[in-house]
Write a protein of this length. Structure first.
Length: 617
């Protein structure tokens, strides 16, 4: 109690001293408003905007998680409310806008103009930037091109006497895989404060020596049914934070000087990434290591001596696998999310502005172009001369890969399709973010059945699942933490099991006897495909910690490979179930693991790396 009273007195004393000098910069700090049309958070935001308009402010900032699932309807609902603010609004997306967006994050850009901002107020420079993740589960990541923009902007704008204030949805530490690529530069440019959201609670953080304040969510908490937000005053190189519950008086939270980091004396910072595991397995060394200037969300596609991948600036790049030289490069609209696939000398590329391109695999020149009207973020499946692929939230296509002609199209879906489909001679199976797994007739596209887990929660959907079909059953793992076996003929559940916390990362064994799955904590399991119920065959403790990266597993030449959210490539001997080796390839999510015709293993990472690991390691 004494400490609390002392803190309040210090706060009030500082505020009193502040009042005796020149004008304060005062702004509203909103974050994590989580609006959907028709639910209480929409009405709460309207009340907050109305109240803000009655106050004396300079501007308003909103640091992400505007919505629940990033739908266009949610984004437009937010925009319709905040456009009534009488103060300038500066807004960046959060993980709920960038992870499940039905527009592949394009609607956010169209409504607010950009996903980053820069402005100045008196001697203070405010800079906000996107931190992902990007259309799939993973840690936050600041894209390489955004880091370049940040460095270039601050290098030009920060002059003597200027102070930088950083705004990012994720804290610049835990949960953001490349925080260390940002904080050092921010410190060098006199960054004295970093604002963030994500955690929903007002709290003080140590971002590598930069004082950080996480704002409270607008959602009600602390036993009250009233929503709220944050008020920030900056004056005479000091920052004053208030918690503002709607209709109630502001409550002081923290006050501290921006001239030093004394507020952090008892607040621990994050440790930098640890690459020491590579010393344990010194023989594991990349035989090919390419660093893009952009982030990459696609897997690598080995094809006839080339490695083809897409990046976050809309480029598809074909690298010579022998010397890393660029054989060809194509630029499209927006980020490339769908891993390219190839067949019949054609490589197909899906874009966020609603096209599928068929490119000559050797030259990158157009062979055909198909308008599909919705963003393409799902990887396709090529068999013979046919491409099977989910498009946007409403259509699954069968396309002749040689000429781009549509063979059939099914529009049963009502949720984003993201994962790669699986097939038999007669069926094609895939999931969507509308709670359902679909089975279509491969020849006609007619719906045979659709399955769901019984939950109304769309975020439990098998939307980014690559199913496995074996022994008359379809196997999936999904965000509901269940492994499920479904009868291929009827679509009825054979069994479901959540004893082991699976997610979206699995693989069928080479002989079809097992389903491999990566758990959310340390362990990879093998489960029987022939048993009438869930039967664990074996497990390996891979010691990778907490994990939610949806990167599929891969078995190749008797080795099972797994990729994690913090760049670990893990190799397990399938016969002995022993851990063969672990290599830390980077500190961001591994997108996909593939094998070329020679058996060499290729991976890509969100940080823009493409690597090869030899099969004989």
């Amino acid at each position: 109690m004494r400490k609390l009273l002392s803190g309040i007195l210090i706060f009030l004393s500082a505020a009193s001293a502040q009042a005796q000098t020149s004008k304060t910069i005062r702004f509203a700090f909103l974050t994590d408003i989580h609006v959907s049309p028709g639910i209480p958070s929409e009405k709460a935001l309207a009340g907050i905007v109305q109240e803000i308009n009655t106050q004396d402010l300079d501007f308003v900032v909103l640091t992400g998680d505007l919505t629940n699932t990033g739908t266009d309807a949610e984004l437009k609902a937010v925009h319709a409310i905040v456009k009534d603010l009488r103060y300038p609004l500066y807004v960046i997306p959060g993980n709920h806008e960038t992870n499940w967006s039905e527009s592949a994050a394009q609607t956010f850009i169209s409504l607010w103009g950009n996903d980053r901002f820069y402005f100045e107020k008196d001697k203070y420079i405010f800079v906000g930037y996107n931190s992902g993740p990007y259309m799939k589960m993973g840690d936050g990541h600041i894209k390489e091109e955004d880091i370049h923009w940040l460095k270039k902007t601050l290098a030009q704008k920060v002059t003597p006497g200027k102070t930088v204030i950083s705004l990012c949805h994720y804290p610049l530490g835990d949960g953001l895989d490349n925080w260390q690529d940002v904080t050092g530069f921010l410190k060098s440019k006199n960054t004295r404060l970093a604002l963030c959201g994500h955690g929903h609670r007002l709290s003080v953080h140590n971002f590598d020596g930069i004082p950080g304040i996480m704002g409270r969510s607008s959602l009600p908490y602390k036993g009250t049914e009233l929503p709220g937000y944050n008020i920030v005053n900056i004056r005479n190189d000091s920052a004053f934070f208030f918690e503002k519950t709607l209709t109630q008086a502001p409550v002081p939270f923290k006050a501290f000087s921006l001239l030093n980091a004394d507020i952090l004396k008892d607040v621990k910072s994050m440790s930098p990434p640890d690459y020491s595991i590579n010393n344990t397995y010194p023989n594991v060394k990349p035989g090919f290591n390419f660093q893009d200037t952009s982030a990459s969300f696609t897997g690598p596609l080995p094809s006839d001596g080339q490695i083809i991948h897409g990046n976050s600036q809309g480029e598809v790049i074909a690298l010579n696998a022998a010397n890393k030289k660029v054989n060809w490069r194509r630029k499209f609209t927006g980020s490339i999310y769908a891993t390219p696939v190839t067949g019949k000398g054609i490589v197909t590329v899906g874009t966020v502005d609603g096209f599928i391109y068929g490119l000559d695999v050797k030259t990158g020149k157009d062979k055909w172009k198909l308008a599909v009207t919705e963003p393409v973020i799902a990887e396709g499946l090529v068999e013979n001369n046919l491409l099977y692929i989910g498009v946007g939230s409403h259509a699954f296509y069968c396309i002749n890969i040689e000429n781009g002609q549509i063979i059939w199209k099914n529009t049963s879906m009502d949720g984003q399709m993201q994962g790669k489909p699986a097939s038999t001679a007669k069926e094609i199976v895939f999931g969507a973010w509308d709670r359902h797994l679909y089975c279509l007739d491969k020849a006609t596209g007619d719906l045979k059945w659709k399955w769901n887990n019984g939950s109304m929660q769309k975020l439990y959907s098998p939307g980014n699942v690559e199913p496995a079909i074996v022994n008359g059953k379809v196997f999936i793992v999904a965000p509901d933490r269940y492994m499920t076996a479904i009868d291929l003929t009827t679509g009825q559940t054979v069994w479901r099991n959540n004893r082991y916390r699976v997610r979206e990362s699995m693989e069928i064994s080479a002989d079809g006897s097992a389903i491999y799955a990566k758990l959310m904590e340390d362990t990879v399991i093998a489960v029987s495909t022939t048993a009438p119920d869930f039967q664990l065959l074996w497990y390996t403790d891979a010691k990778y910690g907490y994990e939610h990266n949806p990167c599929p597993l891969l078995e190749s030449n008797g080795v099972l490979y797994a990729g994690t959210k913090n760049g670990l490539l893990i190799a397990i001997d399938v016969k002995t179930h022993a851990l063969k080796w672990v290599h830390k390839a980077g500190n961001s999510s591994i997108n996909k693991i593939t094998a070329d015709k020679a058996g060499d293993i290729w991976i890509s990472l969100i940080e823009g790396k493409v690597m090869k690991v030899g099969k004989k390691v």
